[in-house]
Design a protein around this ligand. Sequence first.
Ligand SMILES: [Zn+2]
Length: 413
Amino acid sequence: MKNVKYIIIVVAILLVIIPLSILKGLEYKKEKIKEEANIVNEIKSHYGKYVKVDENAILYNKNDEEVGKVTKDVILKLDEINIDVNTKYFYIPELESYIKYENVSPSEEYKKDDRFKNYIYFNNNIKTNDVTNFYDKYGNHLYTLNKSFDFKVLVKDTDRYGVVFNDELVYIKNDDVKEIYENINTDENGRTSIKTLLYHFLYNPAVQSCNEIICQPLSQFESHLKYLRENDYFTLKLDELEMYLDGKIQIPQKSIVLTIDDGTIFNLDAIGLLEKYECNATLFAITRWVNPAEFDSPYLDLESHTDNMHNQYECKGYGSQGGGILCLPEDKVLNDLKTSQEKLGGSKYFAYPFFDYNDRAISLLKKAGFTMAFIGQADTDGYSFPNKTDKFKVRRTTMFSSTTMDEFISYLK
Ligand SMILES: [Zn+2]
C-alpha cells in the first residue's frame, strides 16, 4: 500500500513537472527566436544600399584582417546581402573590403558629380605608396587603403593629383605618390585656348522692351544653347576655367565659357533654357540691384559685379566710363566687394563694371579674396590661354543683338 501511495505521488508529480518543463522549453525557444529576430532587426536597421559611416571606422578583408580605414560621414554603396544572426560585416564592392555593420547607418543615394567626365586625361600615370589616402576635392579625407595603385592622371593640382576611382574624381596627395611616369592615356588633343562669351540683357520681347545693342531676345539666346547642346559642347564653370588656365586640367575641343553681366534685365525664363539644354553659365550680378535668391539653379552660378559700384563716371577721367573701383577710397571699395560676396554666399570671381580696371583695382580684388576677374569688349577676341593669360584680365567676346548665328558658330572655334 505504501508503495502504491508512493507511485501515485511520483506519477502526480511527473504529470505536473513534465508539461511544465515542456512549456518552459517552448517558452525558452520562443524567447530565443524573439531575441534572434531582434538581433537581425538591429543589423537590418544599419543596412542600406547606401550607408553613411557613423564614426571613423576600420575596413577588413574576409579574413578579418585590417586593410584600411574610412572617415566619418563618407557615403558607401553596399553589396546586397542576406542578413542573419551571424552577420557581422557589410561588404563594400568598390573598396573590396568589409565594414562592421554597427559602424554605418542607411543614407540617401549619393549624387555623384560627373563633370570630370568632360576632362581629358594627361598622358601620365601615378603609382601610389603601399598605403594610399584618398581625399575629396575640398581636401576632406575619404578613406585609406593599405595597398598601392596605378592611376591615370586627370587633374594635376599644385600638391595633389585628381584620379578616377569608382567612377568618381578623387584626389591623391603628392606625399602618397611614389612615381609619376609617361603613359599614353589619350590621343585626343585638348584645346590650347578657350573663349569666354559675354551676354548682357536677356529679355522676352512679348513682355519687355530692350533697345540697346547688348539686348538679346530669349529666342536668340535659346538658338545658341540649342546649338551647343546638339553639338555636344562642354560649358565650363568658372572653377573649371580657372583650373584650365592654371594648367591643371585639359578640356575637349568643343568647350566654351558662358557669362552674363548685370542681371538687371534678365528674364528668368533664361534659367529654364540653361536647364533645358543643360548648359552652364555664370551671372555676374550687381548685388545692390538684383536679388541673388531669384537666380537659383544648378546651371547658373552667381559671381560678383560689385554691390554698388556700377555707376557711370563715379571716377571721372578714369577708364572708359569711370567705374567706382578705379578711384573710390580703398576701404569703400573693399566694403563694397565684401558686401557683394556676402550677398552671394561667397564669390571668388569678378567682372569689372564697364570693363574698367587698373592696377589698384586688381590689387584690391586680390585683397578681397578674388582669384580671377573678367574684362571684355567688342574689339577683344575673347581667348585666354593656360599658364599665359593674366587671370585678372580674362578676355571675353561680347554678344550683340546683331550677332548672327554664323558669327556665333565662328566664335566657338
Ligand atoms: Zn555691367
